[in-house]
Design a protein around this ligand. Structure first.
Ligand code: GH3
Ligand code: MG
Ligand code: MG
Ligand code: MG
Length: 315
């Protein structure tokens, strides 16, 4: 790379190093009927520590996309036999949005209408073949940066700042999607609501910071004990909700009981303070009901748990 001064060189190197450190497993799918081009792209991507996946046609490319849910960029040729870049871009956009997967089109065709045609179809970028190594890298880099910005933004919108768990809005939004999927695929879903017992006392006795710590500690225990693919959310102050998908009743019962016991038995140590608190859980297995209905059933369970002395799991 030719840079004109030390500062540019440093900036450039920092960008590359940051990318390498931050994103170890970024996959880029290259689709081109020219083996020579595939080889060139492969070598360039490897140089930047990105993971190249290669395909010579659109149909195969779609299959690869289905099998790998962590591809960030598709770099596709325009003219290819069987399925050309236009059709591929169209098919990709019917399934993946612009903010989750970047499509960069490459072509040596000098028809000036081609780039706009692709951009209208939902391609993110266009790269005229014969590009320099630097242009290649800069384009890949800027597309990755935009995807990262989207990710950051989505995290800010969907997650609870204090615990890092999904927030209430996201829980109900995604909950609906999961419910629809469960109906379509004939899978069961269950909901559990978790509420800290006598939380006001914790705040009153030890102060708001320790109260916050107690909330964060619940998030930690839930994250540690529940599969990462399960939707866990902080739906209110000291109230959490779990949406189980396709999990057996017995398995969930055991899990919730284990989690309840963890609080009953754990002495929490923070700074010079040692304290203990318990949680109550309401859960429902009313299969076939929608999310709002299930929430009501789980809430009844929670109400029972509170009324029968707290530190209980009720259904
Ligand atoms: P119960 O066993 O019936 O659930 O009793 P509780 O004291 O936990 O009752 P309640 O659910 O009404 O108490 C919730 C309290 O949580 C009230 C509110 O001041 C406090 N709270 C809500 N959000 C936060 C927060 O982010 N941090 C802290 N420290 N307190 C919070
Ligand atoms: Mg071609
Ligand atoms: Mg409470
Ligand atoms: Mg509460």
């Amino acid at each position: 790379y030719i840079v004109k001064d030390g500062i540019s060189a440093l900036k450039y190197a920092t960008t590359i190093v940051n990318r390498i450190i931050k994103n170890k497993n970024i996959k880029v799918l290259v689709v081109d009927d020219s083996k020579t081009f595939l080889k060139q792209a492969n070598d360039l991507l490897e140089k930047y520590k990105l993971i190249p996946l290669l395909s010579t046609n659109g149909e195969e490319a779609l299959k690869i996309l289905e099998d790998n849910n962590d591809i960030k960029i598709v770099l596709t040729d325009y003219l290819m036999p069987k399925m050309d870049g236009i059709e591929l871009t169209r098919k990709i956009r019917s399934k993946y949005s612009k903010d989750e997967l970047s499509v960069i089109v490459t072509s040596s065709d000098s028809n000036s209408r081609i780039p706009s045609k692709f951009l209208k179809l939902g391609a993110n970028d266009f790269l005229k073949k014969g590009f320099s190594k630097e242009e290649f890298f800069v384009r890949i880099n800027s597309n990755l940066e935009i995807l990262e910005l989207f990710d950051d933004m989505k995290n800010k919108i969907n997650k609870d700042y204090m615990t890092g768990l999904y927030n209430r809005r996201y829980f109900f939004e995604i909950g609906k999607t999961i419910y629809e999927k469960s109906k379509k695929l004939n899978k069961i879903i269950s909901i559990a609501i978790i509420d800290i017992d006598d939380f006001k006392k914790i705040n009153d006795t030890y102060g708001h910071n320790i109260g916050d710590y107690a909330i964060k500690y619940v998030a930690k225990i839930l994250n540690e004990n529940i599969l990462s693919s399960t939707l866990i959310s902080r739906i209110g102050g000291e109230e959490f909700c779990i949406l189980f998908y396709n999990r057996e009743k017995e398995e969930i019962e055991k899990l919730l009981e284990d989690i309840r016991k963890k609080f009953e038995n754990n002495l929490i140590e923070v700074e010079d303070l040692k304290f203990k608190y318990t949680i109550s859980i309401g859960c429902t297995f009313e299969y076939g009901k929608n999310i709002d209905e299930m929430m009501q059933f789980a809430d009844k369970g929670l109400y029972d748990a509170k009324n029968s002395g707290r530190n209980k799991v009720r259904y």
